[in-house]
Structure formats: C-alpha cells, structure tokens
Design a protein around this ligand. Structure first.
Ligand SMILES: [Zn+2]
Ligand SMILES: [Zn+2]
Length: 392
C-alpha cells in the first residue's frame, strides 16, 4: 500500500478569511487580536497520498479560480477539476491578472501538475446543435473557456460533446462538434479538448465509445483532442465495470474504438441508478449500483496511473466527504486488496456520507441542497442545467 506522507511544512497561503471558500476552512480562521482579518495560519491541508493514481475531486472555485487549489489541497486531492467561469452563465468577467498570478503561484505552492487538473466546461455548451445561431453562442462560450485555461497555464479542458436536440442525426451533430473543435484549435495554442463519455440518454452524443471515436476521426490536430471516461456514465450507458472481466472488456473496447493514448482523465462516480439505466445520477463511491469493486479495478490498473481521477459525487458541501472518498480510494490503489478488504472501506465512506447528509445519505433520495455551490458541482445541478440548456 502506498504510504500516506505526513505534510510537515506549514504553507503560507496569503488567503484572508473573507475569501475562505468552504466551511471547513472557515473553522481555521484566526484574528490578529484586534478583530481584524489575518492570514490563515497554519491551514490544515489534507494529507496527500504518494500513489501514482491521482485521485481528486471537482472542487468549488467560488470567490475566484485560485480558491479551487486551496479547496483541493484541503481534502488531500492529488488532482482536481474546476469551472473556469460560472457554469450557469454564457459570459463572465475576464480573469484578472491578480487571479491568474495567484492561481499559478498556488499551483506551484501546492505542487499540482497541470496534467492532473481537468477543468470542466459549462453545461450550457452544445456544439452539436444544428441551429447555427445557438451553436455559435455555445462555440463562443467554449472558446472563451479554452482561452481561460491557456491563460491559467492549464493543459486540459473537459466538456460534454453535445446533443442533436432531436433535430439532426447523430452523424450530423458529430460533424458539427468536430468542426467547432477544429475552429477552436486554430484560435488557441496548446489546450487539449477532452471529450466526456455520456450516460446515453435521448439525443445526447457520447454514450457510445464509437461517437467519441467518430469525433476524434474528424479532428485535424489529434494531439489536441482526448477523452475523459466517467464511470457513472459508462455504467448507465451499458458498460459494466462491476466485474474484473467486465472492466477488462471495457478497456479493450475503448482501446480498439478510440485508443488508450487519447485517455486524459476519468470521473470517478458511483451510480444511484442500475446498470444500463441511461440515467446520469452520481452516488458516493461504493454505495451505489457500481460498488467498490468497480473502482478497485481502476485503482489497480496501471494504464490509469498519472491521469486526473476526479470525484463528482454528492458532498453535501462538507469537505470531509470527498476527503474520506479520496483517502478510501488512495488506500485501495496499487494494493490489489482482496475483495474481503473492501467492505470496511465502503462502511467508512457510508458513515461519513450519512453524517454529512444529516442521516439522509447513501439513499437514492439524497439530493444536494438547492441554491448552494454543490448544485453546480453535483450531478443533480448538472441535470437541471442540462435540461435548461438544451433538450435531451
Ligand atoms: Zn461532465
Ligand atoms: Zn454525470
């Protein structure tokens, strides 16, 4: 089992308490004795595993993208995802020079490698929309996101391929998506556009690996396109990762259709709904229909090392939930633990979830509270935004 390294250095963050991004960190605030805000010192950052499997979470960027780094470090994440602007609006104010320099400085301070950071695109974007005007609006938002990534020194950008909205064939939408990617590549320099596999509902593109392969085939610069595999989505779309054999078949299928060299990241989510449901409902690790074995396969498969493995599970706005899930997954990675060792891991996660959700966790009725940051990061919020953005 990889040793969990105790952090022995105290890091000055320059973070003042007014900017504190989450409740756990608020507990750490201090004053200088005159009732005035002071630097947080020392911050209680989570212990980071030395595992080669880079587990993290989609953390909040409330108050500025630079805060995402603090939030990731606080939960012991070795990778993270963030929105580079509000995921609910088409446009946002440009990133300030201060934000950009703080972001870059904090990445170095907390030793995050840009290869392990997977920004997530706005849910409003649909590059497959046959309506030219609506597609242009999506494209502008997409291009703006890519430019933000480049200015922050980020290498990857993950997004949902799109939907036919019932007004085009799958192949027509696939061509439109690839066309937008090519255009965006010529308008930017380095950022890699990372297509996400989807749950396979209605008109959504990306439920089948073949959709992703067809998009990539039409992209001119193959060095700037990749794939992010979401476990909940693949399970819902009919890829069964519960057994070792099932997992091996999925990887073989992906390699044959798309190519493992395109894999740039994963979203680790359990599923509230059963196999092949075509529904996109994330559950905490080990307590959904996939179960802990599915994740155990990934965390013992060397082909999945050194890429961001991002949790998008319900956190109930409590950082200890993701911290517990990360620690549980880090504990499994590279161990090839017997299946008998997995039960206690799940019990641990279930316990934390139950507490964080006020006893309502680990049930299919669990939903993040409305009007909270969790709405955006969590799956339920994603569903809401998605249906508002375009017809499924
Ligand atoms: Zn996504
Ligand atoms: Zn999802």
């Amino acid at each position: 089992m990889p040793k969990r390294k105790q952090s022995d250095e105290i890091v000055q963050t320059g973070l003042v308490e007014d900017e504190l991004p989450n409740p756990a960190l608020k507990k750490l605030k201090s004053t200088n004795g005159k009732g005035k805000s002071k630097l947080v010192d020392p911050p209680q950052y989570g212990v980071r595993s030395t595992s080669l499997w880079k587990v993290g979470a989609h953390v909040s960027a409330a108050g500025g993208v630079e805060n995402a780094i603090i939030n990731a470090a606080a939960i012991g994440a070795n990778s993270f995802a963030l929105f580079v602007k509000s995921q609910r609006k088409w446009t946002s104010a440009p990133l300030s020079e201060t934000t950009i320099s703080n972001f870059k400085a904090r990445l170095i301070e907390h030793s995050y490698d840009p290869r392990h950071i997977l920004p997530h695109g706005s849910y409003l974007i649909n590059l497959g929309n046959p309506d030219a005007e609506k597609r242009k609006k999506s494209y502008d938002c997409f291009l703006d996101d890519l430019k933000r990534c480049e200015s922050l020194g980020l290498l990857l950008y993950n997004f949902h391929p799109g939907s036919t909205v019932g007004e085009a064939t799958t192949d027509e939408s696939i061509s439109l998506i690839a066309g937008c990617i090519n255009e965006a590549h010529s308008a930017t320099q380095t950022v890699v556009t990372v297509l996400e596999n989807m749950a396979g509902a209605g008109n959504i593109i990306g439920g089948d690996f073949n959709h992703l392969a067809k998009i990539i085939e039409k992209v001119d610069d193959k060095t700037r396109v990749g794939v992010c595999l979401d476990t909940c989505h693949m399970f819902a779309a009919g890829y069964d990762l519960r057994t070792k054999e099932g997992w091996e078949n999925i990887v073989t299928d992906f390699d044959e259709q798309v190519g493992l060299s395109y894999l740039r990241g994963m979203h680790l989510n359990d599923s509230k709904t059963d196999y092949n449901s075509k529904k996109d409902r994330h559950e905490n690790i080990g307590i959904g229909h996939i179960g802990i074995q599915g994740f155990h396969h990934i965390l013992n498969d060397v082909r999945f090392q050194n890429i961001p493995l991002i949790l998008e599970t319900p956190s109930f706005e409590k950082p200890e939930v993701w911290a517990a899930e990360i620690a549980a997954l880090d504990g499994l990675s590279g161990t090839n633990a017997g299946l008998d060792k997995l039960g206690p891991v799940v019990d641990g996660v279930r316990e934390v979830v139950k507490k964080a959700s006020g006893g309502a966790g680990a049930s299919s009725k669990t939903k993040p509270k409305k009007g909270t940051g969790q709405e955006g990061n969590g799956e339920e919020g994603q569903e809401k935004i998605k249906t508002r953005g375009f017809r499924i």
